[in-house]
Design a protein around this ligand. Structure first.
Ligand code: ACO
Length: 146
């Protein structure tokens, strides 16, 4: 699969991959607060978009991976790892010194994956999901709160 994979920056005229973006962030309202001043990269296989990630500058030195997503039919095949490493490479090549990524307390698989590619936990935002999402998010049988 990976030999056919093409990862490219989305141009301003390309349609936004909301189906993928919403897998990682269930609030369209929240997505629209960062997507229009971010850079979006899509992973295509034979012309079909099967994954994406979004880079958003926080400061001149720090960039955040705001959204990373792989189509459910293509998950657990290593694409998420490829996209994360691509995002890290892109951020470094653009001169950022710090790369951030956030996820919820209930996203145990994502917490595992992010640490596996090198991220380290540096802080928690208590009640972040209660404050920023209208609907409760339940994942792996627990509520996503922080
Ligand atoms: N649950 C359990 N394990 C997981 C999960 C999960 N949700 N996601 C990844 N893993 C593990 C895999 O088992 C694998 O383990 P291994 O290397 O020991 O075999 C490892 O992480 C790497 O998996 P990949 O195949 O590289 O990752 P994948 O292609 O499945 O993509 C991703 C991971 C992007 C999280 C995908 O599952 C997805 O799109 N999920 C829905 C959207 C989402 O949750 N996005 C992240 C939200 S936070 C944010 O966007 C900043």
């Amino acid at each position: 699969m990976t030999d056919q994979l093409e990862i490219k920056e989305l141009t301003k005229t390309d349609p936004l991959p909301y189906d993928l973006l919403l897998l990682a962030d269930p609030s369209r309202k929240n997505i629209d607060q960062y997507i229009f001043n971010s850079t979006i990269y899509v992973a295509n296989i034979t012309g079909t978009t099967i994954g994406c990630y979004v880079l958003h500058e926080k400061t001149k030195e720090t960039i955040e991976i705001k959204n990373i997503s792989v189509d459910s039919k293509h998950q657990s095949n290593g694409l998420g790892t490829i996209l994360l490493n691509h995002a890290i490479g892109t951020a470094k090549s653009r001169g950022y010194k710090q790369i951030m990524i956030g996820t919820g307390n209930s996203s145990v698989g994502q917490l595992y994956l992010y640490q596996k590619v090198g991220f380290r936990i540096t802080g928690i935002l208590p009640d972040f999901f209660n404050k920023h999402y209208e609907e409760p998010i339940i994942e792996n049988g627990i509520q996503c709160r922080t």
